[in-house]
Each structure stands twice: as structure tokens, then as C-alpha cells.
Design a protein around this ligand. Sequence first.
Ligand SMILES: [Zn+2]
Length: 128
Amino acid sequence: MTRPHITKETSPFWEGCTDGVVRYQVCSRCHTVQIIPRTHCSACQGHELAWRDSNGTGHVLSHTTVHRAPTPAFRAQAPYVIALIAMEEGFRLMCNADITLPLAIGTRVHIGFRQADGVTLPHIKECA
Ligand SMILES: [Zn+2]
């Protein structure tokens, strides 16, 4: 697996994964939410960003099943699902899920976490 490059801007997200929570940024000026950590707001370019904890709930926007994993770290998990989740706080999160979960577009899900090659990643835990 290609490990994420953890920087000063992204470390709160990765620390959140280790703590079992999805963290996202909110602009203090225009209240835009963003999941990809940045030094500035993607809407107004403001630099006053605060970190918040997601409640870990959202619904499936799209999903696909991976039968041939791209890296050795994920080969043992194949087949597995990659899903795009619309989180309740207003950002989108892409994460994996076990193929045994009955996912469909619109299914409400709870996000959990799973270790992959020494990194803690968001992983769909269950359907709500
Ligand atoms: Zn903003």
C-alpha cells in the first residue's frame, strides 16, 4: 500500500482515524465543510479553519466492487467494496466496505475503522 503522506495540515484527520472518529474542516468565515485538509477554505480562500468530529453517519452515493486489488496490502481483502458516502455534516467520504454488507445507493451507513498495512483507514462498519 502506498502510505499516506502525513503533513501538519492532514495530521488531525489521521489522528482522528486512530482515535476512531472522522475529522473534517469547517471554515469559520463561510461555514463551508471540507474533508480534504487544506490550509485554506476551498470556497472563500479564508485561513480560519476549525476541525470538527463527524458523527460517523451518512448514506451511500455510489459504490463498486473491487475484484483485483491494486496493491498487495488490499489483495487479501478482495473482493471488497469502495463506496462514496455523503456524510450528515455535508462532506463526502470515500472508503471501503466488506462485500458482505448489503449496500445500495441511499443506504444509511456508520463509519468504522480498519487497519491496512499499519495505517488506520475509515471503513464502513454497518448499515444503519
Ligand atoms: Zn470559507
